[in-house]
Design a protein around this ligand. Structure first.
Ligand code: S3P
Length: 187
């Protein structure tokens, strides 16, 4: 008899894309990868689209025209009517007001947050973030976070603090909330 698929391996059905927003180091890429695996979705990353389109490294692009490219990447995903996708966005996506309706057209907008200490600890492990190539990166994180936190919150359908959660725990909570909202029609 042919092997039957193990139902525990089947992707979880979700009739909507998930769009992850949040500050650098909030966990968008790592949690996005797990979400995509659990749901059997594609992981689309606006930073990766920008790098591909511009043929430059993210460090060079963002010193130049990053936000403009990122808005184009977002518009491209909306035009393409992307389905079955987890979209991880760059931290600056909410700084353009015109991006906000596009985020909502793409799917359920999830804001990932973390405490300033956790953010700083996470971003310190990866030096490829041009915005933090400053004389005092700790202060830069603090200032940027204070400026942007209200923008992420205002753009989100749902907010999850990832400071003390494993990536898997965070992914499970996001899926449960997205399903609940889809079932109840609330978003
Ligand atoms: C940026 C965040 C980065 C990247 C670029 C600008 C920002 O993405 O898009 O360096 O303005 O916060 P991550 O949030 O994925 O690190």
């Amino acid at each position: 008899m042919a092997a039957q698929p193990d139902p525990t391996d089947s992707p979880i059905a979700l009739p909507i894309n998930l769009v992850l927003i949040g500050f650098m180091g909030s966990g968008k890429s790592s949690i996005g990868r797990i979400l995509a695996t659990k749901l059997g979705f594609h992981l689309l990353d606006t930073d990766a689209l920008v790098v591909e389109a511009a043929g430059m490294q993210i460090t060079d692009i963002f010193a130049w025209k990053g936000e403009e490219y990122e808005a184009k990447a977002l518009a491209y995903l909306v035009d393409r009517n992307a389905k079955g996708a987890v979209v991880a966005t760059g931290g600056g996506i909410v700084t353009r007001e015109s991006n906000l309706p596009l985020l909502h057209r793409l799917g359920f907008v999830v804001e990932l947050t973390a405490s300033e200490e956790v953010i700083f600890e996470r971003v310190s492990r990866n030096k490829a973030r041009p915005l933090l190539h400053t004389p005092n990166p700790r202060e830069t994180v603090s200032e940027l976070l204070a400026r942007r936190a209200p923008l992420y919150a205002a753009a989100a359908d749902y907010t999850l603090d990832t400071s003390t959660k494993s990536h898997i725990q965070a992914a499970d909570e996001i899926i449960a909330e997205a399903r609940r909202r889809c079932e109840t029609g609330a978003r």
